[in-house]
Design a binder for this molecule. Structure first.
Ligand SMILES: Nc1nc2c(c(=O)[nH]1)N[C@H]1C(S)=C(S)[C@@H](COP(=O)(O)OP(=O)(O)OC[C@H]3O[C@@H](n4cnc5c(=O)[nH]c(N)nc54)[C@H](O)[C@@H]3O)O[C@H]1N2
Ligand SMILES: Nc1nc2c(c(=O)[nH]1)N[C@H]1C(S)=C(S)[C@@H](COP(=O)(O)OP(=O)(O)OC[C@H]3O[C@@H](n4cnc5c(=O)[nH]c(N)nc54)[C@H](O)[C@@H]3O)O[C@H]1N2
Ligand code: SF4
Ligand SMILES: [Mo]
Length: 901
């Protein structure tokens, strides 16, 4: 075989980077950024760079299963079609539901929506986008009359001020963040303001960081509107020509003077004033926002408070200006375009607009078009729990880990008479509840399109054969539809035919009345689809119909409301929530190197080297009050359940608040699924849950023993109160894994070590040793002269260098003497502990970076030149900057002490 290069798109975040996947002569795959893709121009972040390491077929779902047993496709499709049809016949169309994902390709999503809304006749199709983008959709529709993102990525580079609200762009949209960083390096006058209750890798580059109280955003932006009016900064011409509602919005904001806002948002009045003044005097402002805005019970009001200030100043749709909702998932936007949510139709049409319903009905020849909106995600799972929905098909999402009140979601599924799960992975917390499991084709195996945050549609292309019996989601959906008697509507021979129909629908009866129009691609041939280059929508067939200039909308009005005007929405700040004594606010979100429930990023050790365990960021005051020290284990709890996490004591969170990652599942840990604790309260406009604000208690976990181990083999069902596993190496099965654990009951260390080491397989020889100096109990297992397991136990959190211990796996120790030497070993003096890995590309640790900084390398570029760190994908550059700053601060302090002594 010769080398083949395929141009495709990264399957992770909404930046939508172009990827070149090279299938090498030996069958292995190499990935690189696509230099010609307009989203990334060749860059990739740490997750994108590690894609090739996540392609192994270990753990893949490769065959259909019914009731846990392998079944043929014929049988599985028959069962799904029959059970859905029977449920509809007995209980009506609204007794079935489909729960999809912003990670499906547009073609998959289109078919799912068509089947449910047009042929089964229910709008009970909702998706994880409800947890992600629903408040932005609702806010856009209130403000613009359509779900339109007005700007494009270039605007971040052209702006003089970029405001990041509730967005950890450095970790969650790393390549877009790098574009911003590069623009600032070139033009140092570009100002950056971050607005987030905690300090993050993103706030590292901010000129001003506002660590506001959770949900203080509405007050902050309402106050900004009032300030702009008082400062004479409103664009009266734009307001009078292109908007409605300014008076009411200003009246609602009139109470929000700086002092009131500062008190409501928990900020210093001077900082609020600085932000307002900067915003007022800068014409070119982009306000980027994501989950700190959307995932809130007042998320839609937050969105409109942001849109209001841009509309009121006319700073929209022009280069370097505008509100910018950055989408999370690779195809959150595509899902919205096909109407994949319960309150939308297709092609940005409205479910409750009779003209739109007629258009869709005619194009689809739909026998039973849904007549009213369906249930939104949280309500949909409540309806399953209550028995009103009796059959659900879950596709490309893992709700038992990602929906709020997650144990109740598990309970709902365990009661549901018929659950179908389409996934690429065999063992997930959701798949456990499936009656039928359907193997979907994964990234690299499937063909289709995705739309990124700037409305750019790009192709995903296959470069691997379909493994086992896996099939693309659109093909599975179409096969079920045909078996339900809808042969004509689902006779697609490939994704090109679906895309063509989607494009045609978007232009039907449009004539510029709807924002989403890609009818230029209606009737696209399979060849043209194969070679489709990335493009920004709209791309109407009638070139005059949609007023987009340079990929931007609304500079000259032209909103998709009945009168063509945007609406400013009157918003009132919420009453600050009261938290009971001793309770804390739980904030949740993401880490740099993991993707959601880790089914893919969790396959390579490289992406765990940065952070390998579920953790809680706790303010030092809250830790001290509870006797919690760094690296202790802690229990967070509330009426819904509890979670055990590793304590990270840091003043980067506000007192009274804790932050925990959303990623850990039952596959990677014992009791660390954070959504068990998260409140299911939703925003009344959007139905999006407030995933960033729940209430929890916090206490230290009183453990008798703490343990760390590296092991060959997979430890199933560990009998410990706490454990967390992560793979070692780069995604090969025999690389082994690392394990953190803790036991509550006292036990002999020999017994605990044996419990762990027995999982390394038969025939091992083990050695153990209790060291008096550090109180550490060590045990190791050897097989055929190589180390296959090492366990470290202590009465306190185990203080062993993780990177050193991980390097022990597989070491040769052919003689008793070499084995004893390994057992007594510690990081040698000439091989200092790297510390936590910061740079995942070159595996450079925090201690190495700190040492270089202490030795006088005080720029990120200098660290790159010395150690390599930060010089490849660049995702770690703001952390490197922080490490350098820390060292310099310490040196500064030390020199003060020296001078005053
Ligand atoms: N590495 C990585 N990247 C990802 C993903 C991933 O899983 N891993 N997932 C993708 C997806 S689907 C999404 S949706 C995006 C999400 O991207 P982001 O929205 O950037 O990520 P989050 O960490 O969820 O939340 C962002 C910030 O909101 C802050 N926040 C919490 N409450 C408030 C508040 O009341 N006001 C304000 N202003 N801020 C608040 C949190 O402290 C947090 O730092 O990331 C995408 N990119
Ligand atoms: N507490 C808290 N909870 C949150 C969030 C938060 O910030 N805090 N964020 C929310 C947000 S914004 C999001 S987007 C969600 C994400 O949450 P989920 O969507 O539940 O998370 P993923 O791990 O991305 O799940 C995707 C699933 O689809 C599978 N899959 C991958 N490719 C394919 C494919 O091609 N076809 C099919 N059929 N399956 C595939 C994967 O193996 C995986 O099981 O989590 C939400 N939950
Ligand atoms: S920024 Fe990273 S995760 Fe997002 S699309 Fe680009 S390479 Fe993929
Ligand atoms: Mo998301």
């Amino acid at each position: 075989m010769t080398e083949t290069v395929t141009r495709t798109t990264c399957p992770y975040c909404g930046v939508g980077c172009g990827v070149l996947a090279t299938r090498q002569a030996d069958g292995t795959v190499r990935v690189a950024g696509d230099p010609s893709h307009p989203a990334n121009f060749g860059r990739l972040c740490s997750k994108g760079s590690a894609l090739a390491e996540t392609l192994s077929l270990d753990g893949r779902l490769l065959h259909p299963e019914i009731g846990g047993r392998r079944a043929s496709w014929d049988m599985a499709l028959d069962v799904v079609a029959r059970r859905l049809a029977e449920t509809v016949a007995q209980h009506g169309p609204d007794s079935v539901a489909l729960y999809g994902s912003g990670q499906l390709l547009t073609e998959d999503y289109y078919v799912a929506n068509k089947l449910m809304k047009g042929f089964i006749g229910t709008a009970n199709i909702d998706t994880n986008s409800r947890l992600c983008m629903a408040s932005s959709v609702a806010g856009h529709r209130r403000g613009f009359g359509s779900d339109t993102v007005p700007g494009c990525y270039e605007d971040l580079e052209l702006a003089d001020l970029v405001v990041l609200v509730g967005s950890n762009l450095a970790w969650c949209h790393p390549v877009l963040f790098q574009r911003l960083e590069a623009a600032r390096a070139e033009r140092p006058s570009l100002r950056i303001v971050t607005i987030d209750p905690r300090r993050t890798a993103t706030s590292e580059i901010a000129d001003l960081h506002l660590d506001l109280r959770p949900d203080g955003d509405v007050a902050l932006f309402a106050g900004l509107l009032r300030y702009l009016a008082e400062a004479g900064r409103l664009d009266e011409a734009y307001l009078s020509r292109h908007t409605n509602g300014a008076e009411a919005a200003l009246a609602a904001a009139s109470a929000c003077d700086i002092a009131t806002v500062a008190a409501a948002a928990g900020l210093a009045a001077a900082d609020v004033g600085r932000f307002y003044e900067l915003f007022a005097r800068t014409e070119k402002v982009v306000t980027v926002y994501s989950q700190g805005v959307n995932q809130s019970v007042c998320g839609t009001d937050k969105v409109n408070a942001i849109l209001n200030v841009h509309l009121a100043t006319g700073r929209i749709g022009r280069p370097g200006m505008g509100p910018f909702s950055v989408t999370g998932q690779p195809n959150a936007m595509g899902g919205r375009e096909v109407g994949g949510m319960a309150n939308m139709l297709a092609a940005h049409m409205d479910l409750d607009n009779p003209v739109h319903r007629d258009i869709v009905q005619a194009v689809w020849a739909a026998p039973r078009l849904a007549a009213r909106p369906g249930l939104k995600a949280v309500d949909l799972f409540e309806a399953i729990h209550a028995g009103r929905i009796k059959a659900v098909w879950i596709m490309g999402t893992n709700p038992v880990d990602s929906l709020p009140n997650a144990d109740r979601v598990a309970e709902a599924l365990s009661r549901c008479p018929f659950v179908v799960v389409s996934d690429v992975i065999r063992a997930t917390d959701t798949a456990r509840h499936a009656h039928v499991l359907l193997p979907a084709a994964a990234w690299g195996e499937k063909e289709g399109t995705v739309t990124n945050s700037e409305r750019r549609i790009s192709r995903q292309r296959a470069f691997l054969p379909l493994p086992g019996e896996a099939r693309p989601d659109w093909a599975i959906l179409s096969a079920v539809a045909r078996r339900m008697g809808h042969a004509a509507g689902f006779a697609y021979d490939g994704p090109a035919a679906i895309f063509s129909e989607h494009a045609r629908l978007s232009g039907t009866g449009n004539h510029g009345s709807r924002d989403f129009d890609i009818s230029a691609h209606a009737g696209i041939s399979a060849e043209a689809y194969d070679s489709l280059a990335p493009f920004l929508w709209p791309q109407p067939a009638e070139t005059t119909s949609v007023p987009a200039q340079g990929g931007r909308l609304f500079a000259n009005g032209g909103f998709f409301t009945s009168d063509g005007r945007a609406r400013l929405v009157a918003v009132t700040p919420p009453v600050p929530a009261v938290v009971g004594a001793g309770r804390l606010i739980l904030n949740t979100g993401r880490i740099r190197d993991q993707w959601h429930t880790m089914t893919r990023t969790g396959r390579t050790g490289r992406l765990f080297a940065h952070i390998a365990e579920p953790f809680a960021e706790i303010h030092p005051d809250d830790a001290q009050a509870r006797g919690i020290a760094a690296a202790d284990l802690v229990v967070l709890d509330n009426a819904q359940g509890e979670a055990v996490l590793r304590a990270v004591v840091t003043d980067r969170v506000r007192p009274g608040e804790v932050f925990a990652p959303m990623h850990w599942t039952g596959q990677f840990s014992a009791r660390s699924r954070i959504d068990v604790l998260v409140s299911a309260a939703t925003d009344p406009q959007s139905g999006q849950p407030g995933l960033k604000r729940s209430t929890v208690g916090l206490r230290r976990l009183e453990a008798s023993w703490y343990g760390f181990a590296v092991l060959a083999g997979v430890p199933a069902h560990l009998p410990f109160a706490y454990w967390a596993v992560a793979p070692l190496g780069t995604g090969r099965r025999d690389d082994g894994l690392r394990l953190e654990f803790a036991a509550l009951e006292d036990a002999e260390p020999e017994a605990l070590a044996a419990e762990v080491l027995q999982r390394c397989g038969h025939g091992t020889e083990s050695l153990s040793f209790q060291s008096r100096g550090d109180g550490l109990y060590r045990a190791m297992a050897f097989l055929d002269g190589r180390l296959v397991g090492a366990v470290f136990l202590a009465r306190q959190p185990v203080a062993v260098s993780r990177s050193w211990a991980s390097g022990l796996m597989g070491l040769a120790a052919p003689t008793p003497a070499t084995r004893w030497k390994l057992l007594a070993g510690r990081p040698a003096a000439d091989q200092p502990d790297k510390g936590a890995i910061v740079c995942s590309c070159f595996q450079v640790g925090a201690n190495e970076i700190g040492a270089a900084a202490a030795a006088g390398v005080t720029t990120v570029a200098g660290i790159g030149a010395r150690l390599g760190a930060g010089s490849n994908c660049g995702s770690c550059r703001s952390e490197i900057a922080r490490l350098i700053a820390n060292v310099m601060e310490l040196q500064e302090e030390a020199s003060h002490v020296a001078r005053s002594a």
